[in-house]
Design a protein around this ligand. Structure first.
Ligand code: GDP
Length: 366
């Protein structure tokens, strides 16, 4: 049978599964204009229905942006830069200008060098094939950094529409609600479905008589640790307030465990400090490297948690990568969890993280 696509969001229509994206009751297939049940509800009842989208469904929806003239505002979680990156975004959004916003800046220690962080974001975006016009740091929750962002949006959109894109959990809804709240005083506008859906299946918020801001569905990126933990564990690994560094003096042949999610082996080099920037509720343990494998087997899900025994079933096995750290203050970033700063450098370490999660190395932010 020839595939038919929803005229609302572009997803392929199907009548087999009500819970899945693109559901259309059999009786409605012969209508002149066909839209999926989710778009139907959004349009007629102003109700956002949760359905299972496949990763391709999201990308197809975002791809519609390339047919418009607009400004794209991409939001990332600064604790999960790699995990919350949408690869191929440049292709999906066409030649439209993009500004990049790093959210959750309230969680960073006050001593963080923000310029370095912005520089790192620009470079990482560019290494990932994304050309951005500008980069900003904000706290959507606390309303920090909004004046600059609002100004940049006004200046760069040149009277055109704005599309806000981001992966799940980066704080996209919080950001949009904060924007609306600042301009109209309305609180939590998005979650209460204050705004109707659009022909593209996006939520549309008027900016003026001729243009709007569109909220797009959160894209799922499989390298987000978020997808491999229970909600309870997610609460534990997500810092709630400004993170406090924890210092460990290590000799070579010692290992640090970050709950049961990650492990860092100090293979070779001079004794030095390792400074962890993680949620206070993530337990950090030190062992001897020779005992580390056995220690993990025995204690993961218990002493080494989160993950809880339940989350453990979701977690891909840890895979390791050996890296030489240069002779300078360096951060080893474990996306979705935090980072370890090595002040002196000049050592060799092995990092173990769940398969599919990609660590990165950068000049220390602090
Ligand atoms: P969405 O899935 O991208 O729409 O993300 P949400 O807006 O639902 O936010 C995801 C999680 O991040 C929620 O637990 C929010 O409370 C939290 N969050 C969002 N913005 C911030 C922020 O600026 N700072 C902090 N600390 N947490 C935030």
């Amino acid at each position: 049978m020839k595939a038919i696509y929803c005229e609302g969001c572009g997803v392929e229509l199907q009548s087999e599964n009500k819970e899945k994206a693109g559901y259309l009751p059999k009786s409605a297939w012969n209508n002149e204009h066909v839209i999926c049940q989710r778009c139907f509800r959004l349009k007629h009842y102003n109700e956002v229905q949760d359905v299972e989208f496949t990763d391709d469904d999201y990308l197809r929806m975002i791809h519609q942006i390339s047919d418009t003239n607009c400004l794209v505002v991409k939001i990332v979680d600064i604790f999960d830069f790699n995990g919350s990156f949408i690869s191929g975004l440049q292709r999906l959004t066409g030649s439209n200008p993009i500004i990049l916003i790093g959210n959750k800046v309230d969680l960073l220690p006050k001593s963080t060098n923000r310029n370095k962080l912005i520089h790192w974001m620009k470079k990482t975006a560019s290494d990932n094939g994304l050309k951005v016009q500008d980069v900003f740091l904000i706290s959507a929750a606390k309303g920090q950094g909004f004046q600059e962002v609002e100004q940049a949006i006004e200046e760069k959109r040149k009277g055109q529409d704005v599309y806000v894109v981001g992966c799940t959990n980066v704080g996209k809804s919080t950001f949009i609600n904060q924007l609306i709240n600042r301009s109209s005083g309305v609180e939590d506008a998005i979650t209460t479905s204050y705004f109707p859906g659009t022909t593209l299946g996006f939520i549309q918020i008027p900016l003026d008589d001729h243009s709007s801001l569109f909220d797009t569905p959160g894209v799922v990126n499989r390298s987000q640790i978020v997808h491999y933990v229970t909600d309870k564990d997610l609460k534990l690994i997500t810092p709630k307030k400004e993170i406090k560094p924890k210092v460990y003096q290590l000799q070579d042949k010692q290992t640090l465990f970050f709950g049961g999610f990650a492990r860092l082996d100090f293979e070779r080099g001079m004794k030095q400090s390792f400074i962890g920037y993680f949620s206070n509720q993530l337990m950090i343990h030190r062992t001897k490297l020779v005992q580390a494998d056995e220690f993990y087997e025995k204690h993961v899900g218990e002493l080494l948690q989160p993950p809880s025994a339940k989350s453990l079933e979701l977690l891909p096995p840890l895979v390791k990568q050996t890296v030489k750290i240069p002779h300078e203050r360096t951060d080893i970033v474990i996306p979705g969890l935090g980072w370890v700063m090595i002040p002196e450098g000049g050592i060799t370490i092995t990092v173990h993280v769940p398969k599919g999660i990609h660590i990165s190395i950068r000049k220390a932010l602090i």
